[in-house]
Design a protein around this ligand. Structure first.
Ligand SMILES: [Zn+2]
Ligand SMILES: [Zn+2]
Length: 258
């Protein structure tokens, strides 16, 4: 089985002491590629994922300003993002979007920084990876107005209606550990209707570990639990889920098969 973790935070301090062992465990599970998210602690440092991608084979990077850190962005931040976008192992822009749950940055600033990044990404041909929490309507409205191109709704936790709205934007939907949670019946219903060619899997590690690891530090090797649940929900096999999500990821990121 070959798998891709399409969203992980390998730069997180929780992985500082055992990253090599963690990557070994991931490889043992067939996870040959990972997309490590470059938002880190926010500006001015924007290349935390690139450093890891240069060090490890199969690890690719994104760049972007997370909505939590939107208030730290300034014109220089956007110049840096434009420059970093062209680094060879940078495949996508993100995670960008809106988070009205924590409101770590003022909502108006979150919207401005989100829009500015969409405009930068628009010229690049690379997908955007969207983080949206308790901000679905605003996220959708901005994407409809500002974005035409490939994208991923990361850690999709919406319902069937929201899934259809994202699919209408030509987006991919990426499912993580939440899919396995008892209370996530709406997410499983959404996962059942996503066409084969729009499906991705991720961990968002170290966050959101799937059952039976819930509450613990998440890591890519745990993604097999999400893959199993996705197979169950869609009436197929884990091998089939692995094959099609790996294919989708490689297509979306313009990578040759590994
Ligand atoms: Zn996120
Ligand atoms: Zn994330």
């Amino acid at each position: 089985m070959t798998l891709v973790d399409s969203h992980v935070h390998l730069d997180h301090e929780q992985f500082r002491d055992d990253l090599d062992a963690l990557l070994d465990r991931a490889h043992q599970q067939g996870i040959t590629r990972m997309l490590t998210i470059g938002t880190g602690d926010g500006p001015p440092k924007l290349d935390c994922a690139i450093e890891l991608a240069l060090k490890y084979e199969g690890v690719y990077a994104t760049v972007g300003v997370h909505p939590h850190e939107a208030a730290k962005a300034d014109p220089k931040t956007f110049d840096n993002l434009r420059a970093l976008m062209t680094e060879p192992k940078v495949l996508a822009f993100g995670e960008i979007g809106l988070d009205y749950h924590y409101d770590f940055s003022p909502r108006e600033v979150q919207r401005e920084v989100f829009i500015e990044q969409l405009r930068i990404a628009q010229g690049s041909g690379k997908p955007v990876i969207i983080h949206t929490r308790e901000a679905w309507d605003d996220t959708l409205e901005i994407l409809r107005r500002e974005w035409s191109g490939p994208g991923i709704m990361h850690c999709f936790t919406g319902d069937e209606t929201q899934a259809r709205q994202a699919l209408d934007l030509d987006f991919h939907l990426s499912f993580g550990g939440v899919l396995t949670f008892k209370t996530a019946e709406n997410v499983r219903q959404a996962a059942a209707i996503v066409p084969n060619d729009r499906l991705l899997v991720e961990t968002d590690a170290p966050y959101l570990a799937p059952i039976p690891h819930r509450g613990k530090r998440n890591e890519p090797a745990f993604m097999i639990e999400t893959v199993r649940k996705l197979a169950e929900v869609r009436g197929t096999t884990p091998d089939e889920i692995a094959a099609l999500t790996t294919h989708n990821y490689n297509q979306l990121m313009s990578l040759a098969a590994s």
